[in-house]
Design a binder for this molecule. Sequence first.
Ligand code: 6GU
Length: 249
Amino acid sequence: MRIDVVSIFPEYFAPLSVSLMGKARERGILDIRLHQLRDWAHDVHHTVDDTPYGGGPGMVMKPEVWGEAIDSVCAEPPPDAITPRLVVPTPSGRRFTQQVALEYAAEPWLLFAPARYEGIDSRVMAEYASRLRVDEVSIGDYVLAGGEAAVLVMVEAVARLLPGVLGNANSVTDDSFAPGPMQNLLEGPVYTKPPVWRGREVPEILLSGHHGKIARWRRDEALRRTYERRPELLTAVQDLDKADRRALA
Ligand code: 6GU
């Protein structure tokens, strides 16, 4: 998968060379290309922002600079005439969820356009919506100083879904929010050796070797934890069976 990121802080993305994503890049699974937005500003100060029409606080990112940047990135396409999906992080966007991460993981090419200040002149999104799929997305209900951190979050969520990025050992299939039996359930507690630590014992059932009972226990713990921490998710759990309802009672 190819991922381009255009930002006034390309150095913000150094973590994309670490750990899982660093390895995925070394192995050629991920082709991440960082670009400095100011390279497409032509005035002596490399200006990327200006005051908002209609007044108000802050600055708005200029359309000409973003237009040239996006045109230029799109003009060096990978072999088969594909176009990128343009992802614009903004707190006023649609919510980025695991479902969206799965959708992005199936794309051959993503182009992220994180903004600083009050955002990008809206005509940029309108212009590219006539040529590309354009998503304005938010990673949650809080406000960041810019879209860069949101891009790091999204790229990591997408990259770990690509074939060959995670070992088989940590499969993606029992993630909370992943489609399947654990969808919309938070994962319950986990334990490793030693069996007793500071007088605290690992739940006996996990040492029993009884796989059926362990699976039931894990689901019960997931249900209980979800009920306590994220009750709004439980309304979405399909097929709560009798045993599930007993666990919640
Ligand atoms: Cl995508 N950008 C910014 N600036 N703040 C956010 C966000 C994005 N998602 C949540 N808060």
